[in-house]
Design a protein around this ligand. Structure first.
Ligand code: DGL
Length: 265
C-alpha cells in the first residue's frame, strides 16, 4: 500500500489487525508530500510509479491506494494497468459514511485535490443513499500531521476555520476523507462536537481487502500455525527515513521497526 506520507498508516493499522497473516509493504512518499495541492495528473504519475515499484520490484499481489488524493487521481487507470487488483479508499469511505448517518446530513473533508475532483460527490451518489452532502477542503491539516503537531493551538484555530462549512451544515456524520486526518481526530471532534460521528475509510478498506484476498480470488496467505511462515512488514520512505521510523513507529506501532529508502529518492 502507499500514501504521500504517514496518513496511510491509519489504513495499515486496520489491515495489520484484520489480516495478520499477510506480508505488507508500505510506501510513504514523504519526499514529495503533500499530494493535496498538486495537480491531479502529477499525483497520478507518482501513484503509477509507486504501484510499478510495488508490483515489479516487491512482487505484491494486491495494491491498496491508502491515499484519497491518489485514489481520486488515478484509481481507475491503476486498476486498468497494474496487473494485480487495486483497491482505493474512496468507495469504502463513502459506504461507511452513508451507513453511519442518522439524519442524512453528512460531510466529507479532504485535501483540495480530493474535494475538487468530485470523487466523493460521485461515490456518495453511487451508493444510492438519500443524503445531503457537504464537502470541505482542509489545506494545511496534512502538514501538521507530518510535523507531528496534532494537538496544538495552531491546528485547532485552523480546524475551526476549515470545518465551518460542515459544522454550519449540521452534519451528524463526518468522513475523514484524507488518511492523515484520523491523527487529528481529537481536534476535529473538539471543533465539531462529540455528537458528530467521525468516520474513516480504514476499517472498511481493510474489510474490502479481506473479501478480495480470501473470498474472491483465494490468494490470501495461510496463518503460521497452518504451515505458513510469519508475516513480514516492510516500510519504504522517499523522504527522511529516520523521521519516518521515529514518528511512524509511534503512529502505527511496533511493526514499523525499519525503514528503507525509496529507489527513486
Ligand atoms: N493522505 C492523503 C490523502 O488521503 C494525502 C494527503 C496529502 O499528501 O496531501 O489524501
Amino acid at each position: 500500500m502507499f500514501d504521500s506520507g504517514f496518513g496511510g498508516l491509519t489504513v495499515a493499522r486496520a489491515v495489520l489487525d484484520l489480516l495478520p497473516h499477510e506480508d505488507l509493504v508500505y510506501v510513504g512518499d514523504t519526499g514529495r508530500y503533500p499530494y493535496g495541492p498538486r495537480p491531479l495528473p502529477e499525483v497520478a504519475a507518482f501513484a503509477h510509479q509507486i504501484t510499478r515499484h510495488l508490483v515489479d520490484d516487491c512482487g505484491v499481489k494486491l495494491v491498496i491506494v491508502a491515499c484519497n488524493t491518489a485514489s481520486a487521481a488515478a484509481l481507475a487507470s491503476l486498476q486498468a494497468e497494474a496487473g494485480v487488483p487495486v483497491l482505493g479508499v474512496i468507495e469504502p469511505g463513502a459506504r461507511s459514511l452513508v451507513a453511519a448517518t442518522r439524519t442524512g446530513r453528512v460531510g466529507v473533508i479532504g485535501t483540495v485535490g480530493t474535494i475538487a475532483s468530485g470523487a466523493y460527490q460521485r461515490a456518495v451518489a453511487d451508493t444510492g443513499a438519500r443524503v445531503e452532502l457537504t464537502c470541505a477542503a482542509c489545506p494545511g491539516f496534512v502538514e501538521f500531521v507530518e510535523r507531528d503537531e496534532t494537538d496544538t493551538d495552531q491546528v485547532h484555530v485552523l480546524a475551526e476555520r476549515l470545518l465551518a462549512p460542515v459544522a454550519d451544515a449540521k452534519v451528524d456524520t463526518l468522513l475523514l476523507g484524507c488518511t492523515h486526518y484520523p491523527f487529528l481526530a481529537r481536534t476535529i471532534s473538539d471543533v465539531m462536537g462529540r455528537d458528530v460521528v467521525l468516520v474513516s475509510s480504514a476499517d472498511e478498506t481493510a474489510f474490502a481487502a479481506r473479501s478480495l484476498l480470501y473470498a474472491g480470488s483465494g490468494i490470501g496467505r495461510r496463518p503460521v500455525d497452518a504451515g505458513g511462515r510469519a508475516a513480514t512488514h516492510r516500510f519504504v520512505s522517499s523522504g527522511d527515513a529516520d523521521w519516518f521510523r521515529r514518528l511512524g513507529a509511534r503512529l502505527l506501532g511496533p511493526e514499523l521497526a525499519d525503514v528503507e529508502p525509496a529507489p527513486w529518492a
